[in-house]
Design a protein around this ligand. Structure first.
Ligand code: AMP
Length: 279
């Protein structure tokens, strides 16, 4: 049975009981509309912890676009059934007033890694992420937290955050789960029309082609330029960024002497897709 908890106080009591019994608590923070990507994190949490909490909170503070917040898919009953099937102990699903009560006045900002790419195109996004993640770590008291590499920059931001603020939660990055055609699973994919869904895999496909070209010695600028054109030609409305970056610092990379990552965001109709791969 997955127990649904909505208040921070009830969660604290639950976790305190587990900890008295010596349990290691794992948490998987999500915004719901769960898919196999989320469930892979819950399964990894199950393997690496004694008790598993999945949180579902569509965090208004991390949405820079009110329309995106309004249209964000929500289906808690279906999500709960999936979590039950995976043996998750607690679904923590607080309302906005539980997370941001009257008088709430704090904000966590991580500089550096949060500034380019998502940070540049979604102003305030990572302040919202860093703030809510700090709160969720405080509320769940989890020893381990599981995040998807699908949101590579987010993983780097959260790693920086826990190091900088001495938060005793270990961050465990987990691989991106994809559809058979390569499209990274995302809660936003359900908003794609059938025609857009057919175009969507082009993002990952062209990123892989660019990564192969760069590994083969093509200058990154040339490979990225060609991929950008191919993504637009496939039917994407715009490419916000398509960057080769140091995998950890997220500084622009011009060579492959350190681990590098190719990261992209592109708009398809009204949906914004992101992806990243190792180079
Ligand atoms: P979200 O609900 O989109 O905020 O995502 C919650 C967590 O699930 C984040 O750590 C995401 O990186 C992770 N996640 C989302 N999509 C995927 C995916 N396709 N594969 C692996 N993890 C994912």
């Amino acid at each position: 049975m997955t127990e649904v908890i909505r208040s921070a106080e009830a969660l604290r009591e639950k976790v305190a009981g587990w900890k008295r019994a010596g349990a290691l608590v794992g948490v998987v923070p999500t915004m719901g509309a769960l898919h196999d990507g989320h469930l892979s994190l819950a399964r990894e949490a199950r393997k690496q912890s004694d008790r598993v909490i999945v949180t579902i909170f569509v965090n208004p503070m991390q949405f820079n676009n009110p329309e995106d917040l309004k249209k964000y898919p929500r289906d808690e009953a279906h999500d709960l059934a999936l979590l039950e099937a995976d043996g998750v102990d607690v679904l923590f699903a607080p309302g906005p007033e539980e997370v941001y009560p009257d008088g709430f006045a704090s904000k966590v900002t991580v500089s550096g890694v949060s500034e380019p790419m998502e940070g540049a195109f979604r102003p305030g996004h990572f302040d919202g992420v860093a703030t809510v993640v700090t709160k969720l770590f405080g509320m769940t008291q989890a020893g381990r937290a599981f995040f998807g590499e699908k949101d590579w920059q987010q993983v780097q931001v959260v790693q920086r955050l826990v190091r900088d603020l001495n938060i005793p939660t270990r961050i465990i990055p987990c691989p991106t789960i994809r559809e058979d055609d390569g499209l990274a699973m995302s809660s936003r994919n359900v908003r794609l029309t059938a025609a857009e869904r057919a175009v969507a895999p082009a993002l990952h496909r062209e990123m892989q082609a660019a990564a192969a070209a760069i590994r083969g010695g093509t200058a990154p600028d040339a490979a990225l330029g060609a991929a950008r054109e191919a993504i637009l030609a496939a039917g994407f409305a715009s490419v916000e960024y398509l960057d080769l970056r140091d995998a950890e610092t997220l500084q622009t990379a011009t060579s492959l002497d350190r681990p590098a990552r190719l990261l992209a965001a592109a708009a398809l109709g009204e949906v914004r897709l992101i992806d990243n791969i190792a180079v």
